[in-house]
Design a protein around this ligand. Structure first.
Ligand SMILES: Cc1cc2nc3c(=O)[nH]c(=O)nc-3n(C[C@H](O)[C@H](O)[C@H](O)COP(=O)(O)OP(=O)(O)OC[C@H]3O[C@@H](n4cnc5c(N)ncnc54)[C@H](O)[C@@H]3O)c2cc1C
Ligand SMILES: NC(=O)c1ccc[n+]([C@@H]2O[C@H](COP(=O)([O-])OP(=O)(O)OC[C@H]3O[C@@H](n4cnc5c(N)ncnc54)[C@H](OP(=O)(O)O)[C@@H]3O)[C@@H](O)[C@H]2O)c1
Length: 432
């Protein structure tokens, strides 16, 4: 049978979508730029796109990270290393027979609508194939978003995407910009061998410890919400109180207090940041106002010399193989029904284009099943107008709930979104 579906990318999102299609008996081709599966979890991936650094460990704990029907083995630690996540993904792909459907070292260079109403997919081999449906799962955390601070810096500058290990920074004065998970992980990684490490941020972030009373922090939410079935608002209040007891007042350490409650912002997960600030191994700085040769000016008027700057300023969501007139994600605007379908482009789906508060991998597993249901015809899709209305409603809800920052363009609340997708599948009809 000639496959009617093409999947672009064999990271955790492409692989779980492939598995869902296999389970529905839908044939597909999956093209992967690199020579193996795993995407960003493959450290130094030969696709050249992985943002993993040597010290990377997950920020969602083991029991919450895995796919629903393939638990992460209990003997693995609470917070897996990137290598352990990769082994898990390889085992999953092997178990469900995905690997033999992936063509490795073959990138998609162009995706364009075909005359017959499908999609022409051009490959790095030069060949173009036509499919009725394409699932784009190329990852959205690889294209560095760089700030444009005025002035010029003469030292080493790099984006977190290119950061691997602390050794090149030994004995140096390093500035890390941002307060997301990358910035804090990298500052923590650097601070024992660099001469000094400063962390500069333009706003506060809730610093969430990996453990509360010896239990992984996200297990508390699961216990209170799913096991005890407490309403979300009660769960959140209890977690906030527990965190307050564990962390105390983060402003004491110089980390600005965020403007919103914890569930309206991306928390930064770190067991180490606050104690390391307490040791003086990391210092907090305000936002950069200008670069000036070997020195950096900050918004509080202070000026300090640095040897290197690591910009942990997040990623742009881009699709080098799709013309922007066909589809693009702009800051604050991803026009996707259910965060997966551009209404004007039938047959085009995006998997993994979400930024959940909570783990990504099991959420994209649900997306994969949803996409497979839509393609196999077991779940009906609404018309274009309904899709447009849902997109507008979602955009308004995002604007009300989260900060006005590009970081929140793909934001979803894990529980609400998962419930919505499961509801669609159970009804056999995706709703408004
Ligand atoms: C540093 C870091 C830490 C993270 N930690 C966590 C965590 O603890 N918990 C969590 O849930 N999430 C975490 N994430 C989010 C993580 O990105 C997701 O969990 C998820 O693994 C992303 O999978 P993906 O398949 O969507 O993308 P990727 O893993 O990026 O895979 C995309 C794949 O598509 C391929 N590809 C790209 N372009 C093409 C093309 N043109 N043709 C063919 N193939 C192509 C790539 O080679 C790659 O294999 C982290 C992200 C980063 C950057
Ligand atoms: N251990 C882990 O599991 C781990 C490690 C790393 C990353 N990740 C995940 O990977 C994803 C990306 O994380 P990330 O930390 O790389 O990016 P991110 O979450 O997008 O954070 C980017 C940071 O840079 C700041 N920033 C952006 N542009 C700026 C500018 N022009 N000037 C000053 N500051 C600017 C942002 O501030 P604003 O909020 O003000 O925009 C934010 O603090 C997230 O999902 C994260 O959870 C996980």
């Amino acid at each position: 049978m000639t496959p009617t579906v093409c999947i672009v990318g064999a990271g955790s999102s492409g692989v779980t979508t492939a598995k869902a299609l296999l389970e529905r008996g839908v044939s597909f081709d999956c093209f992967e730029l690199g020579s193996a599966i795993g995407g960003m979890w493959r450290y130094e991936n030969d696709n050249g796109l992985s943002s993993a650094y040597r010290s990377l460990h997950i920020d969602s704990s083991r029991r919450n990270l895995g796919y629903s029907d393939f638990p992460i083995p209990e003997h693995l630690p609470d917070y897996l290393s990137h290598g352990q996540v990769l082994e898990y993904l390889e085992a999953y792909a092997g178990q469900f027979g995905v690997l033999r459907h992936v063509t490795f070292r073959t990138g998609v260079t162009r995706l364009a609508p075909s005359a017959a109403g499908g999609w022409n997919v051009t490959l790095t081999t030069g060949e173009t194939r036509e499919y009725r449906n394409v699932v784009v799962a190329n990852g959205h955390l690889w294209d560095p978003r760089m700030p444009d601070f005025p002035g010029r810096f003469d030292g080493v500058q790099m984006h977190a995407h290119h950061y691997r290990r602390p050794e090149p920074f030994e004995g140096k004065d390093v500035l890390v910009v941002g307060i997301g998970n990358s910035a804090v992980d990298i500052a923590v990684d650097l601070c024992r061998s660099a001469r000094s490490v400063a962390l500069s941020t333009r706003r506060g972030a809730w610093i969430v410890p990996k453990y509360i009373m010896g239990i992984p922090t996200d297990r508390w939410s699961a216990f209170l919400g799913r096991k005890l079935r407490l309403p979300t608002v009660v769960t959140r209040t209890i977690i906030s109180r527990l965190m307050r007891l564990t962390v105390g007042n983060q402003e004491r350490f110089g980390v600005p207090r965020p403007a919103h409650p914890i569930w309206r912002e991306h928390a930064t997960v770190s067991q180490d940041l606050l104690p390391y600030l307490g040791h003086g191994w990391i210092r907090m700085k305000r936002n950069v106002s200008a670069l000036d040769g070997d020195r950096v000016r900050f918004e509080d008027g202070s000026v300090e010399p640095f040897d290197a700057i690591v910009y942990a300023t997040g990623y742009r969501t881009t699709f080098p193989f799709i013309d922007r007139s066909i589809f693009e994600v702009r800051d604050g605007e991803a026009s996707l029904y259910r965060r997966m379908l551009p209404p004007d482009r039938p047959g085009l789906y995006f998997a993994g284009l979400v930024q959940p508060i909570g783990p990504t991998i099991p959420l994209v597993e649900i997306q994969g099943r949803w996409i497979a249901g839509a393609i196999a015809g077991t779940m009906a899709l609404p018309g274009r107008e309904t899709m447009q209305r849902e997109i507008v409603r979602n955009r308004e809800a995002l604007a009300r709930r989260y900060l006005d920052s590009p970081r929140y363009t793909l934001e979803v609340d894990f529980r609400d979104y998962a419930r919505q997708l499961r509801g669609d599948m159970e009804r056999g009809r995706a709703a408004a």
